[in-house]
Ligand binder design. Sequence first.
Ligand code: ZN
Length: 216
Amino acid sequence: MQHEKALVVFSGGQDSTTCLFWAKQQFSHVEAVTFAYGQRHDAEIEVAKEIAAELDVPHHILDLSLLGQLTSNALTRHDLDIDSKSSELPNTFVDGRNHLFLSFAAVMAKQLGMHHIVTGVCETDFSGYPDCRDQFIKSLNVTLNLAMDYPFVIDTPLMWLDKKETWALADELGAFDYVKERTLTCYNGVIGSGCGECPACKLRQNGLTAYEEVRV
Ligand code: ZN
């Protein structure tokens, strides 16, 4: 795949930053796209910008703030704890969000003359998002190819890794310290090791601790 180009769906978090390093190793040219959809913290977009600049990756920011309109409609849904700070779902969670992101990424990738779309979705630590599952990604890949009559390949390097193995992959890519110190996973907007209290921080720290125990 060395002569190929790839577009990475990039949030500035641990997973997508690891994917960005992976893509830079796999492909001759890599660009990144970040979706602005009313994230809880503007910091997320700023971190994504900084990382892309530091890694010398052309970076696109696409405005999907319309997702906020769908979230408002979700106020009537009682299964979503929209306002709680401790909610595991971001307050802008929308069903099928990943589906939408990948579809927009595909339109952009085709315009950029790219066949590969890289995403950090993962089925192992199943997050409750059905559009992160391998079966969905394979289905969408076929659908996008038919929709645009274009041979896309959706790459999911983290699909079968647990959080510990994702740290191991970052380490293999020579990016362990960078991912540990520079990425933003925390729901409270704290870069690196984070606030330590929110579900995202706990998940990240558990994986990191497990990996550091076996790291030589
Ligand atoms: Zn946190």
